[in-house]
Design a protein around this ligand. Structure first.
Ligand code: SAM
Length: 267
């Protein structure tokens, strides 16, 4: 008698194989996100909310799950002189990112955000992870490893869909996915698998309360949440936290400024 252990169904995308699926969809990724109103603006908002000091000169920043570089561009906009390391597990997404024009202080690295010790060396002055955490298998371990890479008091910004706490947000998300994102993905790429995974994984992901609790539990201080405008209001959020410790003093010219006014509004 064979023992049947539940596991991923063949052909079904889940957190164990999602990067391979991004490989397949990489060539069309930018076309799809460019058609999403506010996508780039919201990433820039999250990067700015990190409160990185000045123009970022002398600072080291990490963009985890950088994809084709949209979040990297947002970090660069917030800190134009910072050294930015952008990491992704999908070779093809990275290839798309590298085709763009970047200053010499931005570099792209192939690697798994769940094995960062093999990929990068800290400490960093800030980490951004846009639309990444939901795709990881052990989110708590990943968050702990992000925290360990940060200097004392340095910010983490998780830019993520989070709808579980609001019936309205779940309904809008489902309507946008099945009315726009999934059909558009099918038309552009011939396959809607990644976009059905997107819909399902967001519904299954932490609500605002669960994710803020998770951030506290994995050692982050000063955890705050702010949403974005547009159809994504109360659907996409910036989750900010800081590694414990004293941030650089205010008279330090490189000191990060406090994040802008943060609301913890939920509907
Ligand atoms: C939705 S895309 C977001 C890309 C980019 N941050 C943006 O905002 O447009 C998610 C990215 O996370 C990457 N990813 C998923 N799991 C990963 C992992 N374990 N380690 C590193 N990257 C991962 C995927 O390959 C994909 O490029």
């Amino acid at each position: 008698m064979s023992s049947s252990k539940p596991g991923p169904q063949p052909g079904r995308i889940d957190q164990t194989n999602v990067s391979r699926s991004f490989d397949v969809h990489a060539r069309n990724y930018d076309k799809l996100v460019n058609a999403n109103p506010g996508y780039h603006e919201h990433l820039r908002m999250s990067a700015k909310r990190m409160g990185i000091g000045g123009d970022g000169a002398g600072l080291r920043l990490l963009d985890l799950g950088c994809g084709t570089g949209a979040s990297t561009a947002a970090l660069l906009d917030a800190a134009p002189q910072a050294d930015i390391t952008a990491v992704d597990a999908s070779v093809e997404m990275l290839a798309q990112a590298r085709r763009k024009t970047w200053p010499a202080h931005v570099r792209f690295v192939h690697g798994n955000a769940e094995e960062l010790e093999r990929v990068v060396t800290g400490p960093y002055d800030g980490i951004m992870a846009a639309y990444l955490l939901r795709n990881l298998t052990d989110r708590n371990a990943a968050l702990r490893s992000f925290r360990k890479l940060l200097k004392p008091g340095a910010p983490l910004a998780l830019h993520e869909y989070s709808v579980a706490d609001s019936a309205r947000s779940r309904a809008v998300w489902t309507a946008v996915c099945w009315g726009v994102i999934i059909p558009m993905g099918r038309i552009r790429t011939g396959s809607a698998d990644l976009y059905r995974y997107l819909w399902r994984s967001v519904l299954d992901f932490d609500g605002v309360e669960a994710l803020t609790t998770r951030m506290h539990a994995t050692g982050f201080d000063d955890v705050r949440v702010q949403t974005v405008p547009g159809w994504q209001q109360h659907i996409v959020h910036t989750f900010l936290g800081r590694s414990p410790g004293v941030p650089p003093t205010a008279d330090d010219p490189d000191a990060p400024t406090p994040p802008e006014g943060i609301d913890l509004t939920k509907d």
